[in-house]
Write a protein that binds this ligand. Structure first.
Ligand SMILES: [Zn+2]
Length: 138
């Protein structure tokens, strides 16, 4: 596969993707979904599951942003008996990894992806970039 495209070539690459002649590899990091508190555009849910490991029962979703085609892995957990314990993490998943994601390995994969965003009542934040690993402690 060619190396990552220069921004000047971005438009040409997107055209190729539309033509189906090239696999999804262009990172349109200018899209709003790459803002820590941003949203995916009309997200297409590709996977929705529950992580039953560690008795954490986190909510795991894979969603594709319809604007830039980036697939985001999102993990959310909240402990009902602890106030302000809700937190989410999300990160863009490389195309070659998308089919590997399961509810059980989601946290493991999330911890390897960048940029990684987090937010929620636990952090008192609508979203920020973090290098920290997923924190399951209530
Ligand atoms: Zn996007």
């Amino acid at each position: 596969m060619p190396s990552s495209p220069r921004s000047a070539a971005r438009r040409a690459n997107q055209k190729k993707i539309i033509d189906g002649t090239e696999t999804m590899q262009t990172k349109t990091t200018g899209c709003g979904c790459f803002q820590p508190n941003g949203r995916l555009v009309s997200p297409e849910i590709m996977f929705d599951g529950t992580d039953t490991t560690n008795s954490s029962y986190g909510d795991v979703t894979l969603s594709r942003c319809q604007d830039c085609s980036t697939v985001w892995l999102r993990f959310f957990i909240e402990y009902e008996w602890f106030a302000r314990s809700g937190r989410w993490y999300r990160a863009p998943v490389p195309a070659e990894l998308v089919s590997d994601v399961t509810a059980e390995n989601a946290i493991q994969i999330l911890n390897t992806l960048e940029p990684r965003f987090a937010g929620g009542s636990h952090f008192n934040s609508n979203g920020f970039e973090t290098k920290a690993l997923v924190d399951l402690r209530p």
